[in-house]
Design a protein around this ligand. Structure first.
Ligand code: GLY
Length: 350
């Protein structure tokens, strides 16, 4: 996978013009969903480099991250006269950058794309690192390819359009990045009160968080080893998300990841020696910031089943990424059903 330029913007108009100029596309397309079309496009719509751009808009939310929307984007590219030398700008949250990245990666065997993430989750995670794709047959991100955006442009001014829940959701991935990096970075995040988030200060924290992800992806772009560090919190987190979906409860991805971090830090503390004081601090921050996800003993079997179907598993074993300490990543850790029930007991009862 080619290296991508990730730019923390000071002047988005100039930086976008430079990114487009580098590609010199014969035609330029901008993909939004109806939400980012309304809230975010006005911020960049008048930039001269977008003067001739064709606009494509799809339905919002993860439910629209499907084959139908993908076909709509391919159709719009085809009808707009896109060639292999055209480029697509994806302006939106993770749904738009994942689906748009996949549409670009597959149209005429691949055209270049630029990501302008507009949610915190997309800024620190989805838009960086080249994972693209769609949901399929009820499974999240089931179909996709690794293919990096040419450039990712991060501008925290877009966060002003974000509600508290989505801000908190993105922050969970930042906590994960801190847990796999340094104690100092984790400590500074645990001091952040998201109810009074300062966007200028957030820019610095976003830059640090993205640098952690970029480093991991540059060492292991296709997730054979170190990139599995980024799965911390996600084995349990995805199971909570799937259970919520099945039970008709709405849960944002980052909330599920935060609850997954509690579970997987419990396993880290009990099996890998993760320090108890840090564990308690993170658990208390997560409980204060994200509340909890109500589960009952009768949900354990289903949660266990979801974990066994996780696409990160190999040969029937549930694979966790755990920590021996902050920054001390232990990949490919397996757990028995009893370990998982004990972990869920801790999550449920504290
Ligand atoms: N979201 C985890 C990764 O990009 O690998």
């Amino acid at each position: 996978m080619t290296q991508q330029d990730v730019i923390v913007c000071t002047d988005l108009a100039r930086e976008l013009a430079a990114a487009v100029g580098k590609l010199a596309p014969d035609r330029l397309f901008v993909l939004t969903d109806t939400t980012t079309h309304r809230l975010c496009l006005p911020l960049i719509g008048s930039y001269p480099c977008l003067g001739e751009a064709h606009h494509i808009t799809i339905a919002p939310t993860d439910e629209a991250k499907n084959l139908h929307s993908l076909a709509d984007v391919w159709t719009a590219l085809g009808e707009g006269g896109a060639t292999r030398h055209s480029a697509l700008i994806c302006l939106g949250g993770g749904m738009v950058t994942d689906l748009g990245g996949f549409a670009a990666s597959t149209f005429k065997r691949g055209i270049a794309y630029i990501n302008i993430p507009t949610t915190l989750l997309a800024m620190v995670d989805a838009s960086v690192g080249g994972k693209t794709g769609i949901n399929f047959r009820g499974l999240k991100n089931e179909i996709g390819v690794f293919n990096a955006a040419a450039t990712v442009l991060l501008d925290t001014r877009f966060l002003a359009t974000l509600d508290q829940h989505n801000l908190r959701s993105g922050f969970a991935e930042m906590l994960k990045h801190a847990l796999i990096s340094t104690d100092d970075h984790l400590a500074e995040l645990l001091r952040v009160d998201l109810s009074h988030a300062d966007l200028a200060a957030m820019q610095q924290l976003v830059a640090k968080s993205v640098a952690i992800k970029e480093h991991v992806v540059s060492v292991d772009p296709h997730e054979h080893g170190l990139r599995k560090a980024l799965n911390l919190g996600h084995t349990a987190g995805h199971a909570f998300e799937s259970l919520a979906l099945e039970q008709g409860r709405t849960v944002l991805h980052g909330y599920a990841v935060a609850w997954g971090l509690v579970c997987e830090l419990y396993l880290s503390a009990t099996r890998c020696g993760f320090p108890t004081d840090r564990f308690r601090q993170v658990v208390s921050y997560v409980r204060d910031t994200y509340g909890t996800f109500a589960i009952e003993c009768k949900d354990y079997d289903r949660l266990y089943q979801f974990m066994t179907h996780d696409k990160k598993n190999t040969a029937g074993c549930i694979n966790f990424t755990l920590l021996g300490g902050v920054g001390d990543v232990r990949i490919n850790q397996t757990a028995t059903k009893d370990d998982i029930c004990e972990m869920l007991d801790f999550f449920r009862e504290g």
